[in-house]
Design a protein around this ligand. Structure first.
Ligand code: MTE
Ligand code: HPA
Ligand code: MOS
Length: 773
């Protein structure tokens, strides 16, 4: 890493450690978030009135007390929407901004109240009187299947070979069912939108969205104006994690409608309880699987039914449940396989993107299957995993008929097995448990393989806009959004590297629909893959023009023009970058360029379930050891070792941070984070008081995280790096399987414990009690 820095001689070259460009501002509180933007005089505040029924007709909506409350300027209901009352990202028209005549989940926005202060709006919203006529409601995905609730979006089938007959012929068969819980994003900064009206139809919306272009198009749709009247700006988010891919559309729309109606700036920011009740989360699943395998534990056939709680509308449930199926193989070859998704409509908030985007729910099914086989055969589950890895000889095709060309899972796993001292520590765990004490230990080593690219192929495009001003300073803009993941830093490194200038010459600017149009959500971990390439394209265009200019002006060949550290070398002469730019400007060279990129090689035919949806795969593995108190079910993570593949890292220290954060978030999903709805459909875990995310004290006592420094993307990605945002989330599964291992010890590992996720202490205790009984 150091060598590159020395060779290039610039600050912030690619492949070097560089802290997040806003790190100091983050920790000193000087980073500007949406709520910190100075409010123009006369700014109003909106607050939402939410449904208190899971499914009901609205018989009467009496808002008189709301209207007459102190400080209230007015209210908005469905009939005040000037354009279309819909923010469905699918175009299915199934997601009203404000409920119209009926509500389909507890927490659904029914009206908005606009007042002089946020406090006044919030108090006024509580004064509504709504009379409901209750309708039957269904909350759980399996109950939804039994009740013949509709799919919110067409299901997917992945099929290769003849799973049903292969299953019949298999030497051994196991059937199982697992429930996998959802997850709230718990971003530090909640949802927020701030709309400033302009002349004619214009409106500017500042927001904290991962998808400014979609917010722009939604605001236009709801206002009934063309997209060119709407600008959406995002400087940064205080975390998104997928929760702000679509869910911000509603807030942007409400703020914009109110801003245009009263011709004053309007801000909307729900408090945490309402944010958690009214916006979507990770999908929870009920997974029914069957596996057939031979005496050695090698899989012959797999079938799986993946039912998801999608909530009342489609939102992103189609691609999320698709991605669950795409990852139900994880790193393993299934000779004959049949997988079906069941994206169930339920009377709950519409679930949405969350780090991994359905992938984790697929991967955990694969890992449970490995554990089932291991207990059945009486073999270490790591050995079973190895026997089932994708391989060379015809064992390299996924259930969606993409060939795995870059399989490094075996190498990652065997290196981690060594560096974590897995075999000796596993023996020590077995020896400890053999003593029969109250505290039992468990250990598990689990791999991950994650497909990179949006499965909606057209999403895999990006743009950038680069200006060099005549003083040599550089303005960089691209379509990606910064949510803490360090995207802006990485993209700036790419430009610094291409132009060979110090990174502090490059100004990173807010994402805005005015500079780069029709962008995709910053999601699917592809932010730096896509926007890094687009920015590089812009830099190369300017560089080409500058090279041609230099060759002509200095009367030499283009081959003799080189961009070196903060200077341009032309033949024997070296001109400082700023002086060179000044000359280029005087010679009327265009110093601005729009860059573009689209991912090559990918295609996907959903109808046949065949294609190459992913450009490449990212890999990783984690080994976790836990201690469990068998009298209370309480546990702690003693040690976790991780080896993760990010190709040739653009920025190793940022990538390591992503790996650590993702692991902890994945661990939280599978251990302490439990969403609980009561019978009436009200989410009761709607604040950090009742919804427990991991604390600093919950991190593994020993935590060794390494990047596979030998890895290089075999595809021509930006500087041969790999996406990092989501794949390490699934490393948290090692903690879940280690807990399962500790639980199994109470029955001498004779059966695979039935353990649903999250494995809260309560569930761990129940699993122990079941095995003891
Ligand atoms: N890291 C931080 N700090 N905050 C976030 O909100 N979101 C994750 C991941 N890492 C997130 C994060 C998710 S869900 C995705 S898809 C990626 O970042 C998106 O950014 P990237 O594509 O630039 O990696
Ligand atoms: N991942 C994340 N977000 C998305 C995707 C995806 O595959 N498709 C649409 N939005
Ligand atoms: Mo990430 S779930 O793709 O925003």
């Amino acid at each position: 890493m150091r060598a590159d820095q020395d060779r290039s001689g610039i600050k912030g070259a690619v492949h070097t450690d560089l802290h997040h460009d806003s790190a100091i501002k983050h920790v000193t509180g000087r980073a500007e978030y949406c709520d910190d933007i100075a409010e123009p005089a006369g700014t109003l505040h909106a607050y939402l009135g939410l449904s208190t029924r899971a499914h009901a007709r609205i018989r009467d909506l009496d808002l008189e007390a709301v209207r007459s409350a102190p400080g209230v300027v007015g209210v908005l209901t469905a009939k005040d929407i000037p354009g279309v009352n819909d923010v469905s990202p699918t175009g299915l028209n199934d997601e009203p901004v404000l409920a119209d005549g009926k509500v389909e989940f507890w927490g659904q926005p029914i009206f908005a109240v606009i007042a002089e202060t946020r406090d006044a709006a919030r108090r006024a919203a509580k004064r509504a009187s709504v009379s409901y006529e209750d309708l039957p409601h269904v909350l759980e995905p399996d109950a939804a299947r039994e009740a013949d609730m509709p799919y919110v979006t067409p299901p997917l089938t992945l099929k290769r070979g003849e799973a049903v007959s292969a299953m019949e012929n298999a030497a051994h068969r196991i059937k199982g069912r697992m429930r996998v819980g959802g997850q709230d994003h718990l971003y530090l900064e909640g949802h927020i939108a701030f709309a400033i009206p302009g002349e004619d139809e214009d409106v500017i919306v500042h927001s904290s969205t991962q998808h400014p272009s979609e917010a722009q198009h939604m605001v236009a749709h709801v206002l009934g104006v063309p997209s060119n009247a709407v600008t959406v700006n995002v400087r940064r988010m205080g975390g998104g994690f997928g929760g702000k891919e679509t869910q911000m559309n509603l807030f942007c729309a409400v703020a914009a409608v109110a801003a245009k109606k009263w011709n004053r700036a309007v801000k909307i920011r729900p408090d945490r309880d309402d944010d958690m009740s009214a916006t979507g989360k990770r999908h929870d699943f009920v997974i029914d699987y069957e596996v057939g395998f031979d005496d050695t534990g090698r899989i012959q056939a797999v079938t799986g039914e993946f039912a998801a709680r999608c909530g009342f509308s489609a939102d992103l449930s189609g691609p999320v449940t698709d991605r669950a199926l795409f990852h139900a193989d994880n790193a393993y070859y299934y000779p004959d396989v049949l997988l079906n998704s069941h994206p169930m409509k339920t009377n709950t908030v519409s679930n949405t993107a969350f780090r991994g985007f359905g992938g984790p729910q697929g991967v955990i099914a694969a890992e449970r299957i490995m554990e089932e086989i291991a207990y059945h055969r009486g073999v270490d589950s790591l050995e079973i995993r190895k026997r089932n890895f994708y391989g060379e000889d015809g064992r390299d095709v996924t259930p969606y008929h993409q060939t795995v060309e870059d399989n490094i899972a075996p190498r990652i796993v065997s290196e981690l097995e060594q560096s974590a001292d897995y075999q000796a520590r596993r023996q020590a765990v077995l020896d400890w448990n053999a003593k029969g004490g109250i505290v039992r230990k468990g250990i598990a080593l689990t791999p991950v393989k994650f497909g990179i690219s949006f499965t909606a192929t057209w999403y895999n495009q990006a743009g950038a806009l680069l200006h060099i001003y005549s003083d040599g300073s550089i303005h960089l803009n691209h379509g990606g959004t910064e949510m803490g993941q360090g995207l802006n830093t990485k993209v700036a490194q790419v430009v610094a590297d291409e132009l060979q200038v110090d990174i502090d010459k490059i100004k990173i600017t807010k994402t805005t629909t005015e500079k780069v149009p029709n962008t995709s959500a910053t999601a699917a971990s592809s932010g730096s893959d896509l926007n890094g390439m687009a920015a590089r394209d812009a830099a190369i265009q300017i560089k080409d023009r500058l090279t041609a200019f230099a060759a002509e002006r200095w009367q030499t060949e283009a081959a003799k023009v080189r961009f070196v550290a903060n200077a341009v070398q032309i033949g024997d002469e070296t001109v400082p970058f700023a002086d060179f730019i000044r000359e280029a400007y005087m010679a009327r060279v265009q110093l601005s360029a729009a860059g573009f990129y689209k991912t090559p090689k990918i295609h996907w035919d959903r109808a046949t379930g065949k294609g190459r949806p992913f450009y490449y795969f990212a890999y990783g593995a984690a080994c976790s050891e836990v201690s469990v108190d068998t009298l209370t079910g309480e546990y702690r993570v003693e040690r976790t070792d991780i080896l993760h593949d990010v190709g040739r890292s653009l920025n190793p220290v940022i990538d390591k941070g992503q790996v650590e954060g993702a692991f902890i978030q994945g661990m939280g999903w599978l251990t302490t984070e439990e969403l609980w709805w009561d019978d009436k459909g009200q989410l009761r875990t709607h604040a950090p008081s009742t919804y427990k995310i991991p604390l600093a004290s919950d991190r593994p006592r020993v935590f060794n995280v390494a990047l596979a420094d030998w890895s290089e993307n075999r595809e021509q990605t930006i500087k041969r790096s790999k996406a990092v945002g989501e794949p390490p989330f699934m490393l948290g599964i090692s903690v879940f399987e280690a807990l399962s291992h500790a639980v199994a010890s109470v029955a001498d590992y004779s059966v695979c414990p039935r353990l649903d996720a999250p494995a809260t202490p309560e569930r761990v205790l129940m699993a122990i009690e079941r095995l003891k009984g």
